[in-house]
Design a protein around this ligand. Structure first.
Ligand code: MIC
Ligand code: SF4
Length: 747
């Protein structure tokens, strides 16, 4: 977005915000100001938190190479010549960490040539900016180049909210949402409730931005932010750098939040200037009052936010979360006791820093400060140490400033500027497949099987500086804040608290950032997909609803416990097939735990009784033209924005998903793909459903917003039980269901 467009947005804000203040009869929070300023039609729009469906005009769309393939395939079906809003594609997810930055990028280019060519040529053709493999992780690149205070962005990745660190409303969505916004349609989202987080005190010593969010994850849990925006404010916010704010907003995705953001302040202005956007910094300073909440909101937040959380940063202890869920939190000082009690292996096998959440200059500086202390004292790292910088800009800067050298001197490996081990793109050979082992990282997600494909790996998340110190302690029983480790002379060695400036004193290093602009006229650019490709497949429209109720459908799977998108559609090696719906559907539910047996990935075929993978069973049902249902637990579909977790079930015959509760992005993805998402009105009805049951859904022709749906459970002995289920579909979404998908409804 050009400076002129930002200027126009800011100039349009006072009148719109004023109109909203009059209509709502009260002052506004920052999130509300931004939403109001982006309403498609403020006057016609209904505003009601937690109820209304907002139609918004977004300023930007961001895509990465794994989810972006489907987003672009769907965009292409709309038949447009150019994208209607500024958009970029970032090649970051497909690079496997194996031997170090340069070799890994080259290998990725060779292995993924077909996909990169597709992304490159579609970008060129349709007016989309292209960030080459190795240029950086989407969210870090967005923060450095495109995010700006007061803007509204959507991105096909759940950690898009990273840009909230610069005061932007940035929301993770499925690829279909992106495709539609790029085709020029308004974008819809449930008017979110608002959580205000009031920050007082000051981050000092070992405490870091990561601890704000890991602490909050423990407090609010992985579903605590669902359909809510988290707005941070208060004097403590000033003690956090813009990139630190980014860390907090990024990992707000782990609360299921719609997004998170901070009010505009001088730290953001400083970051904008350091990343060569002084013009935007100046504009934001001129319009400062519209880029923060109204003074009355700050004075009396409880009146204007739905919930308020108080955090005194001066008292916040460093936290660590895990294993297996980001809300399993405790202060680092309490970890050793829990490790003993739970019998987790205390020895740390790998320590990893970086990722989109924690790879700023400040993060690297503070981690290097810890490493330097150990180097000076002659203490050796006890675990392998892997570093993923967030962008080429960070990579070049830490190289110039000797930080990379410090990491290498402690035996660390600097990997490509990419997702790598965070998303299972990690060739690890130090442990056996089923071996229970412990790793620590500064990443944001730790679902089973995520990093190295093994559900036996226990992954703990904390700040980069604590991860670095733990690499020297080699055990979860070491508390770097209070404890000591043996020095080379046998005497106890104690780390002092990390230090590190937030921005490089000499400015960021330059170099080839890895960006390629689209063609001025894309008309002649060819986008080719070989029919024999196993990586890319053109999409065929899903069939329309046939107008009939669903009668006695078998249950393909009833999941128990956490069913994240990593359980439904695992990543890692499967990232290879993200552009090929048929191929990727072979991974469907591989990680999901079968409630009837406790086993992951497998279940009895509802017709033949044979135990096979859920995909094999689904393909068998599909061949017999039998549709099926999914029964799920709480916060079903938590985590990633990948719509494959909705498309594969849809493609293999799923008609309805009935769960205790949904995560926001996944529920929308199901609606977009024409699957009926229902929740049990009475949560305990989940327990009524047994393996051999059949499920009917009645009254579909009368589907209407807010109207419950009757579901009938048929027992094998002929008995039936009728239960009530709820749905959250708007008129438009009911239209998608009837058309077979949102895309069918468009064309
Ligand atoms: C993730 O962190 O889980 C991912 C991989 O970035 C996903 C996107 C994907 O599955 O491609 C996300 O966060 O949405
Ligand atoms: Fe990549 Fe991990 Fe960030 Fe997702 S969370 S964008 S996989 S670095």
């Amino acid at each position: 977005m050009s400076v002129d467009q930002v200027k126009r947005l800011y100039e349009s804000m006072p009148a719109k915000v004023d109109q909203a203040r009059r209509r709502f009869g009260r002052p506004l929070t920052l999130a509300e100001k931004i939403l109001v300023a982006h309403a498609e039609d403020f006057a016609k729009q209904e505003w009601s938190r937690g109820k209304a469906q907002l139609r918004l005009r977004v300023d930007r769309v961001s895509l990465q190479d794994a989810t972006g393939q489907m987003a672009l395939l769907q965009f292409m079906q709309a038949g447009k010549k150019q994208v209607a809003v500024p958009s970029t594609v970032h090649c970051d997810h497909l690079i496997r960490a194996e031997s170090g930055a340069a070799e890994d990028v080259q290998r990725a280019i060779n292995e993924n040539r077909e996909v990169y060519d597709f992304l490159h040529s579609t970008s060129k053709k349709y007016g989309i900016g292209f960030w080459k493999p190795g240029a950086g992780i989407i969210h870090q690149v967005m923060l450095e180049n495109y995010a700006f205070p007061g803007g509204l962005m959507i991105g096909a990745d759940s950690h898009t909210p990273n840009a909230g660190g610069l005061g932007m409303v940035a929301i993770g969505v499925g690829g279909a949402d992106c495709g539609e916004a790029m085709a020029g349609l308004a974008w819809e989202v449930l008017d979110p409730k608002l959580i205000g987080v009031h920050l007082t005190g000051k981050l000092t010593g070992w405490s870091s931005p990561k601890d704000v969010i890991t602490y909050l994850c423990g407090l609010l849990t992985v579903k605590g932010g669902t359909n809510k925006i988290i707005e941070y404010f208060g004097p403590g916010a000033e003690s956090i750098s813009a990139t630190g704010k980014g860390t907090i907003c990024n990992m707000g995705a782990e609360l299921g939040a719609t997004t998170s953001l901070f009010h505009f302040d001088d730290r953001m202005a400083a970051y904008l200037r350091a990343t060569e956007r002084a013009d935007i910094a100046r504009l934001a300073e001129q319009h400062r009052q519209h880029l923060v909440a109204d003074p009355d909101v700050i004075r009396d937040p409880r009146k204007f936010y739905d919930e308020v959380v108080e955090i005194n940063l001066s008292e916040l202890e460093p936290h660590i979360v895990g294993p297996h869920s980001p809300d399993r939190a405790r202060p680092i000082s309490k970890l050793a006791a829990e490790v003993k009690k739970e019998g987790w292996p205390a020895g740390i096998r790998q320590a990893l820093i970086g990722s989109c959440t924690n790879s700023s200059y400040e993060d690297m500086r503070r981690a290097a400060h810890i490493a330097m202390q150990a180097l000076k004292a002659g203490v050796k790292a006890k675990t392998p140490f892997l570093v993923t910088p967030g962008s080429e800009r960070i990579y070049q800067t830490i190289k110039r400033d000797g930080i990379m050298d410090t990491f290498q001197r402690i035996g660390g490996t600097v990997l490509a500027n990419a997702c790598g081990p965070c998303i299972g793109q990690w060739k690890r050979s130090d442990v056996g497949k089923e071996e229970t082992n412990t790793i620590v990282s500064s990443f944001n997600r730790n679902f089973p099987g995520r990093n190295d494909g093994s559900a036996s790996t226990l992954s703990f998340l904390t700040s980069p500086e604590i991860v670095t110190a733990l690499a020297f302690g080699g055990t979860l029983e070491f508390d770097p804040v209070h404890g000591t480790i043996p020095g080379p002379d046998g005497k106890p060695f104690r780390f002092t608290a990390p230090e590190g400036e937030e921005l490089p004193a000499q400015g960021f290093a330059g170099g080839d950032a890895g960006y390629e602009a689209p063609a001025a006229d894309g008309e002649g650019v060819q986008v080719a997909i070989a029919p024999s490709s196993e990586r890319l497949q053109l999409l065929q429209p899903f069939p329309r609803w046939d107008g009939r109720d669903f009668g006695e459908l078998p249950i393909l799977i009833k999941t128990k416990g956490k069913t994240t998108t990593d359980h439904i559609s695992p990543a890692g090696a499967w990232l290879r097939y993200r552009g090929h719906l048929d191929r990727i559907s072979d991974n469907m539910f591989l990680g999901a735990v079968n409630a009837f047996t406790g086993q992951a990935g497998k279940g009895a075929n509802p017709i033949t009784g044979e135990v096979k993978t859920f995909t094999q069973n689904a393909r068998d049902l599909k061949a017999k033209a039998i549709s099926w249902v999914v029964i799920g637990d709480e916060n079903y579909g938590e985590g990633s924005s990948r719509e494959h977790a909705a498309m594969s079930p849809r493609y293999l015959g799923c008609k309805v998903v009935i769960v205790k509760s949904f995560a926001r992005i996944h529920e929308t993805n199901l609606k977009k793909q024409g699957i009926l998402p229902l929740t049990f009105a009475k949560t305990s009805d989940y327990d009524l459903i047994e393996q051999a049951d059949r499920v009917s859904v009645r009254g579909l022709a009368a589907l209407a917003p807010g109207k419950p749906v009757e579901v009938v459970i048929h027992k094998p002995d002929g008995k039936t039980t009728s239960i009530q289920c709820l749905q959250t579909m708007t008129d438009e979404q009911i239209g998608w269901f009837k058309a077979g998908s949102a895309l069918n409804a468009l064309t």
